[in-house]
Design a protein around this ligand. Structure first.
Ligand SMILES: NC(=O)c1ccc[n+]([C@@H]2O[C@H](COP(=O)([O-])OP(=O)(O)OC[C@H]3O[C@@H](n4cnc5c(N)ncnc54)[C@H](O)[C@@H]3O)[C@@H](O)[C@H]2O)c1
Ligand SMILES: O=C(O)[C@H](O)COP(=O)(O)O
Length: 529
């Protein structure tokens, strides 16, 4: 049974799949104080939030059973992604469900600001018929600057076009071709700031976008510019905005989001030029239902080990690409596990070569499986597919990947070389058509071993009697040999023996094996998981 905590208001109808799932126990506890959340989070496998719950490193540390954090919405700036990744926790969001609602809200805010609708409404509601104070401006033929032309930005563009606005757009990922398709002019952010009558922001809040509109940028703007921020507080510096309004540079600001929320008491709210809503961009029946359905489905899939598509802290391959790579994942993990058990010392470098037809695939997920296999020998469950690369970096393990079309007689070959403070180990594996995963080379010795269960790998001198002696000792210890491979480079030289055995070999048996004349080193390898 998986326990899921919902700590922000999320549509009950949208959560129906989780509520009705017999494998899931759902608790809805909204408005928890930080201390209360810290106290109970350790009981849950999944946490579902919107933007209110601050999922800090402290919460993540306390969530010892957490596997996934689901965000019913887009922005994940309330979640400490680094801490989640460090703990191998998957963070998923629901990026598509509130696009239209937020674009409509941004546009509603823009028009309200241009025509002073909230101010006039407020006055009339208080019994004052004031037609002089609220002369607005048209949108027709005005220049709209859209900063961030992703899902929401592009929808805002569509709506602005129907109002006959001239649109300048900036997004680091927008090509000239896409701009032309949207019917807008590709501009730099500086050009937008210098030329726009209205500027609307639709970027996430990142280190790069934090205060992208600040005092120096206001100084470059047209007098009378109007600003819309329905993305995130902190993209626009609120102190600088306040000053720019007071100085008459900015004629109006429409704000749905604030640096500190709830924004009660924010000085900007005292300015008549500011129209505002309390973070309502995604607050429609439709958006809330959409995001709840999406996040519920994804969280259930993650918990049950099924596929998911909206991971925030994990690169996701298109389904077709992942299907091609999937059969290799087990091979990658086993190669990593095997190499970890064949080497000693501090792991410094991992070199991976993808050869043959696998070189044509997008191998990043496979690299993660190899790294996970390698590090899990020492770090056990602390390392997983999500945090593997970060964990390697934090342990100062350099990862070097290369690809080549030639695979030395195999259709595909994955080779890994692990360099440690006192060792170097190379193992290669292949996915053999009809035979599954195979270890085909260990430190230059050709072998053909199925990487499963318990293995005994012995480095020895190629001389008569060794195989018999090993068999006798294992037989006396009641250890059944399932498979056996011997590889050598030259007669009487160094050789390797790879045995598949039915159970783990105890230390005293290993010691007896090590005493056999000609045996150089014994590795008791466990490839069970
Ligand atoms: N007010 C609300 O209720 C509400 C609702 C939904 C989303 N949002 C906010 O809106 C943001 C955008 O949502 P979306 O669904 O369109 O996301 P998106 O990922 O589709 O689009 C964001 C775009 O911003 C661009 N970008 C990133 N850095 C940039 C920079 N320095 N300059 C210009 N562009 C940059 C990205 O390339 C991307 O195309 C979210 O991150 C969220 O914070 C707010
Ligand atoms: O990023 C988002 O999806 C929006 O800011 C919506 O936030 P909310 O779920 O708290 O309304």
């Amino acid at each position: 049974m998986f326990k899921v905590l919902v700590s922000d208001p999320i549509s009950n109808v949208g959560l129906k799949t989780l509520i009705e799932d017999s494998e899931i126990e759902l608790d809805v506890k909204t408005g928890l104080e930080k201390e209360e959340l810290l106290k109970i989070i350790g009981n849950y496998d999944a946490l579902l939030v919107r933007s209110q719950t601050k999922v800090t490193a402290e919460v993540i540390n306390a969530g010892t059973n957490l596997k996934v954090i689901g965000r019913a919405g887009v922005g994940v700036d309330n979640i400490d992604l680094d801490a989640a990744t460090d703990h191998g926790l998957l963070v998923i969001n629901a990026p598509d469900g509130n696009t239209i609602s937020t674009a409509e809200h941004a546009f509603a805010m823009l028009i309200s600001m241009a025509r002073n609708i909230p101010q006039a409404h407020g006055k009339l509601k208080h019994g004052v018929w004031d037609r002089k104070s609220f002369t607005g401006v048209e949108l027709n033929k005005k220049v709209l600057g859209v900063v961030g032309v992703g899902r929401i930005g592009a929808e805002v563009v569509k709506r602005a076009k129907s109002f006959n606005m001239e649109i300048l757009g900036y997004d680091p990922f927008m090509s000239q071709e896409r701009a032309e398709k949207l019917g807008i002019t590709l501009a730099t952010v500086e050009e937008i700031f210098a030329n726009a009558d209205f500027i609307t922001f639709h970027t996430p809040l990142t280190k790069e976008t934090k205060y992208m509109l600040d005092k120096p940028q206001f100084a470059t703007m047209k007098k009378g510019v109007r600003i819309v921020n329905c993305a995130r507080g902190g993209i626009v510096n609120e102190v600088a905005l306040y000053d720019a309004i007071k100085e008459g540079i900015v004629a109006g600001a429409a704000l749905d989001v604030f640096e500190e929320e709830p924004a009660v008491g924010n000085p900007l709210l005292d300015l008549p030029q500011v129209v505002t809503t309390p973070h309502l961009g995604a607050s429609t029946e439709e958006a809330q239902l959409n995001v709840a359905i999406d996040v519920a489905e994804e969280v259930a899939n993650v918990l049950k080990g099924k596929g998911f598509k909206n991971a925030v802290n994990l690169p996701i391959l298109p389904e077709e690409d992942f299907a091609e790579l999937k059969p290799y994942l087990k091979l990658g993990q086993k190669l990593g596990q095997l190499a970890a058990q064949l080497c000693s010392g501090i792991i410094e470098k991992l070199e991976i070569t993808y050869a043959g037809n696998i070189a044509d695939l997008k191998c990043e997920p496979l690299t993660r499986y190899i790294v996970r296999g390698l590090l899990s020998y020492h770090l056990a469950d602390d390392v997983n597919y999500i945090n593997a690369l970060k964990m390697a970096k934090s342990k100062h393990v350099d990862i070097i990947e290369s690809k080549t079309s030639t695979a030395k007689g195999f259709a595909n070959l994955v080779s890994i070389t692990v360099t440690t403070s006192n060792d170097k180990v190379k193992v290669s594996g292949s996915l053999l058509n009809g035979y599954g995963t195979r270890i085909v080379n260990i430190n230059g010795y050709t072998v053909d071993a199925n990487p499963v269960g318990h293995m005994l790998i012995a480095q020895h001198t190629d001389m008569p009697g060794i195989i018999g002696n090993v068999g006798t000792i294992l037989g006396e210890a009641k250890i059944n040999i399932a498979t056996m491979q011997v590889g050598r480079k030259e007669i009487g030289g160094n050789a390797i023996m790879v045995l598949g055995v039915d159970k783990s070999i105890s230390e005293d048996v290993i010691e007896s094996l090590e005493k056999i004349d000609g045996i150089k080193k014994i590795f008791n390898v466990d490839l069970q998981n």
